[in-house]
Design a binder for this molecule. Structure first.
Ligand code: G6P
Ligand code: ZN
Length: 622
């Protein structure tokens, strides 16, 4: 690719680069590439597919996908091409090359303003914030290069997802239309001979790719920081961070969340830089699986004085442990929360944030959240708090986009306004209506705020009220929802589907009274397939998980949900979600996987998981 973008003037250190003389707008013939159907959160494929390496028919994989995306967005926008789009990624392998390709396609299609963060990296929540508020207005969309918590690097995953103008992931209608379009595409537009832009240029630097299309390098942090400042009391946190007995550790898992943690926790709030681990983004996430759960965040889990199953390691000295620990996934939207010797399950964390709403200015200003929601497979810990506080509550299908509708304003939907809104998922996602994505760092700041609040009367020198104290008190008040999840990764798709069909045939549509006892005393008493009708737009989503209801040996209710993951890129991942309610405080100390083991065994036996999949143990328990 010849030519160069040459600087024309220097304004401070912000340069303006003119259109390269050699660049020409080209319409390149192409053919549809099958399989471009976005899943729960964008299109994810092995990076070699995106690079067009595995097959010459895939040569223009990125171009085909982006052209289909733009055509769909344009059709949705009354036939007008979008004017402003942000392009950013989580820094995984192929991030920078993909940004360059995408900028050329956007420019050739007439997108006037293309915003790219300095370095090309932004966490998903930061992109959502920037789409919503940048320049006092909003971008019309965001193209986010991420496969979230899936590993990166050669042989691993790459993904692209699209967020619409309010900063929320595009809905199914959009992604279905995009897929349709991708099956009909016959050409794409690009700028040929247009050299790469300098992703490391100073914010404010602009590059003219055509006479009407400009790429502007933006500050990745600005809008996100503002939004977080509107949610939390930064001054009070800054003071609290000074307490010598309060310490944190944040694990960025070498993903996009790291630089944001540095900017906010260290530079803004004044925590020592030693509080950060793995906060430098790497294309292969340092070869780790950037999913913040008990299995993949093992190092943090250990640092927090926990055993791999999440129970307290009795040999750890609590006084030497950090007060609060958190990890983020590859694109910084997921979170794991732990206190010293205390793992907080995502479902519990959500319920506890809800119960402690007064500690969070965003909620406190409004007298508490006006609506709360959890995904169906998440535990009912939130439900009981919502009931006690008399807050409207929703159980939605898995996928953050289902929360977005509920956060809409009265003006948009002519119905109720549920904001401020609080929501979360068992899959380590927590957040609110401050943006339209889950937000890993937000969850950590929420927990810092809770600890500040419960310690407002703890004088210096006195032991702090700990995360464990908060958790135990909560269970005392509401009972404990024991919860854990088994994942069976890379199962053969046919086998996984057979198992789901068996559950449908034998339990959802079958006769439960004929099921033989296995001596465990755990009885299956109900089965259904979850479907959801959106209370705002009336749309229905079906086949969202198979729910088995049990009564355990003591007559207490228990539940097991089976669901196939929607975020993988090869084979199938079976998720088995286990939950059991326990009122009795004397039993709350038990470790969750232990407390749920017999329920798990019973369910595995009933659905013939071992026989059908050949797996006698899960890949992950979290
Ligand atoms: C993404 C979505 C989440 C969703 C999760 C489910 O992270 O953003 O909203 O909960 O995927 O993943 P799964 O693999 O269980 O389909
Ligand atoms: Zn993610």
């Amino acid at each position: 690719r010849g030519g160069s973008l040459s600087p024309t003037n220097n304004n401070g250190n912000k340069w303006h680069y003119q259109l390269a003389a050699s660049a020409t707008l080209a319409e390149v013939p192409t053919t549809p590439i099958p399989g471009m159907k976005p899943g729960t959160s964008g299109l994810r494929k092995k990076v070699e597919v995106w690079q067009g390496k595995d097959d010459t028919a895939n040569k223009y994989y990125v171009e085909n996908f982006i052209q289909s995306l733009l055509d769909t967005a344009q059709a949705n926008n009354g036939g007008e091409m979008l004017q402003t789009i942000i392009v950013a990624g989580d820094g995984r392998y192929f991030n920078d090359q993909a940004i360059q390709i995408i900028c050329r396609v956007l420019a050739a299609n007439g997108v006037e303003n293309i915003w790219v963060p300095q370095g090309g990296i932004m966490s998903t929540p930061a992109v959502s914030a920037a789409i919503r508020t940048r320049d006092g207005g909003a971008a019309q969309g965001g193209i986010i290069l991420t496969a979230s918590h899936n590993p990166g690097g050669p042989g691993e995953d790459f993904g692209i997802k699209y967020n619409e103008g309010y900063g929320q992931p595009a809905g199914e209608e959009f992604t279905d239309a995009l897929y349709e379009r991708s099956m009909k595409i016959s050409s794409f537009k690009t700028m040929e001979g247009s050299p790469d832009i300098d992703l490391n240029a100073a914010p404010g630097t602009t590059f003219s790719l055509t006479p009407t299309s400009t790429v502007t390098i933006i500050d990745p942090f600005a809008e996100y920081l503002e939004v977080l400042k509107s949610c939390f009391d930064f001054d009070a946190m800054k003071d609290f961070a000074k307490r010598p007995d309060f310490s944190i550790v944040f694990d960025g898992m070498h993903g996009a969340g790291g630089p944001f943690a540095r900017r906010i926790l260290v530079e803004e709030l004044g925590f020592p830089k030693e509080s950060l681990m793995r906060c430098d983004p790497r294309p292969d996430f340092g070869k780790c699986h950037p999913d913040p759960n008990l299995t993949y965040a093992a190092e943090l889990v250990k640092k927090m004085g926990l055993k791999p199953d999440g129970s307290a390691d009795e040999s750890a000295i609590v006084e030497d442990l950090p007060t609060l620990g958190a990890a983020n996934d590859g694109d910084g939207d997921r979170n794991l929360i732990a206190g010293a010797g205390c793992f907080v399950t995502p479902s519990d964390s959500l319920a506890m944030i809800c119960d402690n709403w007064k500690a969070i200015p965003h909620f406190a200003r409004a007298g508490g959240p006006k609506g709360v929601a959890r995904s169906m497979p998440s535990s009912a810990a939130l439900d009981v708090v919502a009931e006690a506080l008399n807050i409207p509550f929703f159980s939605t299908p898995t996928g953050w986009k289902f929360f977005g509708n509920l956060m809409g304003s009265k003006e948009q939907f002519g119905k109720r306004d549920y904001t401020p809104f609080l929501c979360g998922e068992e899959s380590f996602g927590t957040g609110s209506d401050h943006i339209r994505e889950k937000d890993g760092l937000w969850a950590m700041l929420a927990w810092i705020s809770i600890l500040m609040d419960v310690n407002k009367d703890t004088p210096p020198g006195q032991p702090l009220v700990s995360v464990r104290d908060v958790v135990e008190k909560h269970w005392e008040k509401y009972g404990r929802h024991f919860y854990c999840r088994y994942d069976y990764e890379a199962v053969e798709s046919d086998a996984a589907n057979k198992m789901m069909d068996l559950i449908r045939d034998q339990f959802v549509n079958g006769d439960l009274s004929t099921i033989p006892d296995d001596g465990s005393g755990i009885k299956l008493v109900g089965a259904e397939e979850f479907s959801y009708t959106d209370p705002v737009d009336g749309s229905t989503t079906s086949k969202q998980g198979l729910v088995l209801s049990f009564v355990d040996g003591n007559g207490e209710p228990a539940r097991v949900v089976f669901r196939l993951s929607g975020t993988g890129s090869a084979g199938a991942t079976i998720r088995m979600y286990l939950e059991r309610y326990e009122q009795d405080t004397s039993k709350h100390g038990e470790s969750a996987p232990v407390a749920l083991k017999s329920l798990a065994d019973r369910a595995i036996g009933l659905v013939q998981l071992v026989e059908l999949t050949g797996r006698d143990s899960p890949s992950v328990i979290t």
